[in-house]
Structures are given as C-alpha cells and as structure tokens.
Design a protein around this ligand. Structure first.
Ligand code: ZN
Length: 267
C-alpha cells in the first residue's frame, strides 16, 4: 500500500503555495479492513494532503486492531465515535461487561482483546470535534456531540447548523452520504452524485461522508469524501472491495448475523 503522505490539516505552513490536493474524510470503518485498504489506496491515488477520520473505527466488524493501526498511521486528525465511546465504557465496567452477549458487544469484546495499551490511551484522548480550514469534523452532530445525535432530517440538520461555527462541517454516524445545504433559514438535503460537485460560497454545508465499512444506503461499496476547502469542490467516492473476503473474516471471528449479512446489500 502506498502511503498517502498525510499532513496535519491545521498546519497549512507545511504546504507549498501551489499545493492543491484534497482532504480525505473517512468514517464508520467498523473493523472492515478490506474496505479500509481499498479506500487508503484511493486516497493515495488522489494525492490527498491529509486524511481525517470521523470515528467508529471499531465495532460490528472482525479487524478492530488492524483498522486502528491503519488510522493511527495515516490520519492527521481523528474524532471519537459512539463505538469508541462504548468501548471505553466496557473497559471501565471490567468483568461485569462479560455478561452481555449481543453482536455489538461481541465485536467490542474482540476490540478489547486486540487493542494495545497504547491504542486504548490513544482512544481515550480522541476529541469530540476538530476544526481545520473553516471546516468542523464530528461523528454524529455538532448538536450535543457527546450524545451522538443523528442528522437524519431537516430538523436535526438545523440543530447542527445552529451550533456550526464554520461554513463546512463533516459527519458520519448515519452511514448514508447526504449533503445538507443551509440557504438562509432553509435547510435541504440531497444525495450527492459520484461526480464532483461545487459547493456554493453563499451557503453553509453539513456533509455526511457515508461509511467505509458498513454502508447503509443500499449501495454496498465503501464510501468516503474528498474535499478541497479552497475551491469548495466535493466528491463522494464509492469503491468496490472484496465483500466475500470481508464476510469470511466475520465468520472466522464468530461474528455472524445482521452486520455480516448487510455488507452484501449495503443496508
Ligand atoms: Zn457507525
């Protein structure tokens, strides 16, 4: 895998004047290393200046350790997702947490086996939000980010915009790519095309980048965003990856059921 040469997005002084590579924004990897590897290749091919991760690196999927390693290596900024927050709760609960047997808990128990002391310390320090280049990053919504609200309609998008201090924000959590556009008091959402789109400087935006490892918009391909803050060009990238291989990894780790089956359907 070619390294995408990430740079710290909050340190523009490290970029040459003519550098115009996009920011790559990924979210909701959920332990799916096959999908993540394909996304990282695409980020490298697009000569991105940096990669930002919006959380939920772990949970549901079979490779939490490998995914945390790759994100720690390649991302310049990372915010915490609800699955990382649940993971920290499980660590705190200790042996009492062993009583639960549902699929979500099983995947987090796997993370507890795989993640090193250094990974755990890293997760504990992840912020709820990050800001760079007039852009805010959050897992769920800027409205009470620690409660991991979902932006799923005009009303919830408005609650996000009410506290958004930058022209652009990016989020994940719903696993469905959507561009929310605020024109005055009106907020509308639309599904972005795969061809790059130009955001309007007169409006503000809250963009869901979709999910790398558990897409839920009836398109099973991995999803992430490329964004150039200077030109306001946005592209939602959709990438095929080896889904049967990913499903085998779930089975090998004893993670069956809904979160395995939905990979093939993307819902
Ligand atoms: Zn998620």
């Amino acid at each position: 895998m070619t390294k995408p040469k990430p740079r710290n997005p909050s340190s523009p002084q490290h970029e040459p004047d003519n550098f115009q590579g996009p920011l790559a924004i990924i979210s909701d990897i959920h332990g799916n290393v096959d999908a993540l590897a394909v996304v990282l290749e695409d980020i490298a091919a697009n000569r991105c200046r940096a990669m930002v991760c919006l959380g939920d690196i772990i949970g549901y999927g079979p490779e939490p350790g490998a995914c945390v390693n790759l994100v720690r290596e390649y991302a310049s900024a990372v915010v915490i997702g609800n699955h990382e927050a649940m993971f920290l709760e499980i660590l705190k609960a200790g042996p009492r947490a062993r009583e639960k047997t549902n699929a979500m808990w099983k995947a987090l128990a796997l993370a507890r086996e795989e993640l090193t002391k250094s990974d755990r310390a890293w997760i504990r320090k992840l912020p709820l939000t990050a800001i760079a280049r007039e852009t805010t990053f959050v897992h769920g919504s800027l409205h009470l980010p620690h409660e991991f609200d979902y932006i799923f309609n005009e009303q919830s998008a408005k609650m996000n915009f009410a506290v958004q201090e930058t022209p652009f924000s990016f989020h994940g959590h719903t696993h469905v790519p959507v561009v929310w556009e605020e024109k005055g008091k009106e907020v509308t959402g639309y599904t972005p095309e795969e061809a790059p789109i130009q955001l309007d400087p007169a409006f503000r935006y809250a963009i869901c980048v979709g999910s790398v490892g558990q897409p839920r918009d009836e398109d099973p391909r991995a999803s992430y965003a490329l964004f150039e803050p200077e030109t306001r060009r946005l592209a939602i990238r959709r990438l095929k990856y080896n889904i049967p291989r990913a499903m085998d990894r779930f089975r090998e780790r004893g993670l069956g059921g809904f979160h395995l089956e939905r990979l093939a359907e993307g819902q």
